[in-house]
Design a protein around this ligand. Structure first.
Ligand code: CMC
Length: 434
């Protein structure tokens, strides 16, 4: 006889009162947080809540887009393993998949690519906004501000319950992000902006807008265009990470997607999230030679530093994206020559995979550990690295935003707090204060 019964419920005994409660267990070992509210000592009490700083164990939404099985190092978009998509697909096909749930037919893909290609131009007034920034403004600050400003160019974007309006903004944002990113780069360099070329692919057009000089079209080796496409596929979505959660939280008060995405980009910018690729490169440059690695690792062990590009909230195994990037890096270096910082990165990884400090904490390389080395080899300046994360993540943010907008279970995001401040007291007149 099994010692348990067949009900999908959880029994809770409140030892403070001796009362028993039974709450439903939903699919995936989940209980509804609101079911805890009935647990109270006195009738007038607010009821029990869960305390979860950093949402480490809280499911904020259901989703059908991306599945990360962190313990096994698995990442799937709409059920398709990331390894297969990176090998066989293109970034825009993956965008279609993420947005629509299925791989497109050839006709569907052609139409989608056409739409994205023909929305790459930005209003000339946007370039005026960009010109107002200082010559050394960080690209992410420029991008965040300009994406928010796009909201004012498309006032109809507020009609978020209209599926056609939603899709029009999604296409616009996917199309315009590379243009904005390239313009921020040209701004730093003091170079004239290069308009999009509609005969080029998404990534080739981006590289052309960045690196073209004079009348000649920039023609990067196809292997580099493909490497960038793969990097974009790997960054397209990653379920409920910090910036996607920001997108959903901001979106839950129902502003237009430009404003919500500016917030998501701001969340991405931090060094613990999408700013990590920039931080990794700066760390490798600071270490400088393999001789300096032992001292650096000692400071990590002492808790004074973090090994940037290592560790992940969800992956407790090797990040599958890091494996693919490592392979792509080899292919890029065959064309561009080896990045000398690679030796430092490989040595750091070797040490970290053996050392107790990292093994005990399940710290493995994440997507950001090797991506910066490829970006550098492709000629991107370090300030552009987080932008190279933001461009492909646009599709993830927007797919998750749209999923949230149509999800009838979603409400405005408004968590609770455990108040630890001063209890009620009366205002003290100035002359009576100590
Ligand atoms: N170097 C050294 N120690 C680390 C690191 C690291 N990179 N990451 C975590 N730890 C330690 C941390 O000090 C803690 O140790 P202890 O238990 O002794 O206090 C333990 O590991 C658990 O860390 P945590 O900060 O509680 O873990 P978290 O899940 O809150 O943080 C993380 C995840 C990604 C923010 C963190 O691993 C980190 O800061 N990594 C470096 C930044 C980075 O590479 N970010 C990119 C993430 S992947 C791309 C993306 O999606 O953004």
């Amino acid at each position: 006889m099994p010692s348990h019964d067949t009900r999908n419920t959880l029994s809770i005994t409140d030892n403070r009162t001796g009362r028993q409660y039974e709450v439903d267990v939903l699919d995936g070992d989940v209980i509804r947080a609101m079911d805890l509210r009935q647990i109270r000592v006195n009738d007038g009490d607010f009821g029990m809540m869960a305390y979860d700083p950093g949402f480490t164990n809280t499911a904020f939404t259901t989703s059908r887009i991306t599945d990360v099985k962190g313990g096994k190092g698995i990442l799937e978009y709409r059920g398709y393993p990331i390894e297969q998509l990176a090998e066989h697909s293109t970034f825009l096909e993956v965008c279609y998949l993420i947005l629509n749930g299925e791989l497109p037919t050839q006709a569907e893909l052609d139409e989608f690519v056409h739409q994205v290609t023909y929305h790459t131009y930005v209003h000339e007034n946007v370039t005026t906004i960009l010109q107002g920034f200082r010559y050394n403004a960080h690209s992410m600050g420029m991008m965040i501000s300009t994406v928010a400003a796009l909201s004012t160019f498309y006032p109809e974007a507020k009609q978020i319950d209209d599926p056609d309006v939603r899709r029009a903004q999604i296409v616009r944002l996917l199309a315009k992000m590379p243009t904005l990113a390239a313009y921020t780069y040209r701004h730093h360099k003091g170079l004239p902006y290069v308009y999009p070329e509609n005969n080029l692919s998404y990534t080739a057009n981006f590289l052309n807008m960045l690196f073209r000089i004079g009348g000649r079209e920039y023609q990067p080796p196809p292997a580099l265009v493909r490497a960038l496409d793969i990097l974009f596929i790997l960054h397209a979505d990653h379920e409920q990470n910090c910036s996607t959660t920001a997108m959903r939280v901001i979106g839950s008060s129902r502003p237009d997607p430009y404003c919500a995405m500016a917030g998501a980009m701001a969340a991405l910018y931090g060094p613990l999230h999408g700013g990590a690729n920039e931080a990794v490169l700066r760390m490798l440059v600071e270490i400088g030679t393999t001789d300096n690695i032992p001292a650096f690792m000692e400071s990590v062990r002492r808790g004074e530093r973090r090994l940037m590009g290592f560790g992940h909230r969800v992956y407790k195994a090797y990040d599958p994206r890091a494996t693919i990037i490592k392979k792509a890096a080899d292919e890029v270096f065959e064309v561009t020559g080896r990045n000398p910082l690679l030796d430092i990165a490989l040595e750091l990884e070797k040490i970290a995979l053996q050392e107790e400090y990292f093994v005990k904490r399940n710290l493995y390389p994440n997507v950001d550990f090797y991506s910066g080395l490829i970006y550098q080899a492709l000629g991107f300046p370090v300030e552009l690295f987080p932008v190279l994360f933001a461009i492909p993540r646009t599709v993830g943010w927007l797919a998750q935003w749209e999923e949230m907008v149509v999800d009838r279970e979603q409400k405005i995001a408004r968590p609770r707090q455990v108040f630890k401040g001063h209890p009620r007291r009366d205002y003290t007149p100035m002359e009576e204060r100590g």
